[in-house]
Design a protein around this ligand. Structure first.
Ligand code: FES
Ligand code: FES
Length: 185
């Protein structure tokens, strides 16, 4: 099925197998491998992306369900030559070790700060409880999100604006559909 949606502000059109998840489509057809697959049944949060501004488990959505929507993945956070304050804070505060959970953590944290620019540590822990990390013990993650909130409140509003714009941008072009080669071809 032909599916057209916006990813990080760029419209893409892909030929999607109805059984493929949004995570599969993002990783294998859009080349956006920052969206990680851990549990593949909605528990770990590694695959979290924003769909029309709301966090979604990309492993629980079919790609065809994204038709007409705006998706933001972890690749949409950084600017051309600058990291998002959340990304910088995760580095500085040791919010990651192996990094497998990090894309989903960053997307969930970004949504948290979009909805509450000054969250308490308790709220950060509660809101991030849907994202599992096997490495860090979470303290560095909470520290990083609190620090990024401080930075973003202090005036770096351009970052949040940029990500929001990517979720709503009118795409400048439509990519040709990427089709699987025929069997044996
Ligand atoms: S891979 Fe989607 S929630 Fe774990
Ligand atoms: S940094 Fe390894 S799972 Fe979180």
């Amino acid at each position: 099925m032909d599916v057209t949606f916006s990813v990080n502000g760029e419209r893409v059109r892909v030929d999607v197998e109805p059984r493929h998840t949004l995570a599969d489509v993002l990783r294998e057809q859009c080349g956006l491998t920052g969206t990680h697959l851990g549990c593949e049944h909605g528990v770990c949060g590694a695959c979290t992306v924003l769909v029309d501004g709301q966090p979604a488990r990309a492993c629980l959505m079919f790609g065809v369900q994204a038709d007409g929507s705006s998706v933001v993945t972890v690749e949409g956070l950084a600017g051309d030559d600058e990291l998002h304050p959340l990304q910088e804070a995760f580095v500085v505060h040791h919010g990651l070790q192996c990094g497998f959970c990090t894309p989903g953590m960053l997307i969930s944290a970004m949504h948290l700060l979009d909805t509450d620019p000054e969250p308490t540590r308790e709220k950060i822990r509660e809101q991030m409880s849907g994202n599992i990390c096997r490495c860090t013990g979470y303290i560095g993650i909470v520290d990083a999100i609190a620090a990024a909130a401080d930075v973003m409140r202090s005036g770096d509003t351009g970052v949040s604006d940029r990500v929001s714009a990517r979720a709503q941008e009118t795409p400048s072009h439509i990519e040709e559909p990427k089709r699987s080669p025929p069997p044996g071809g």
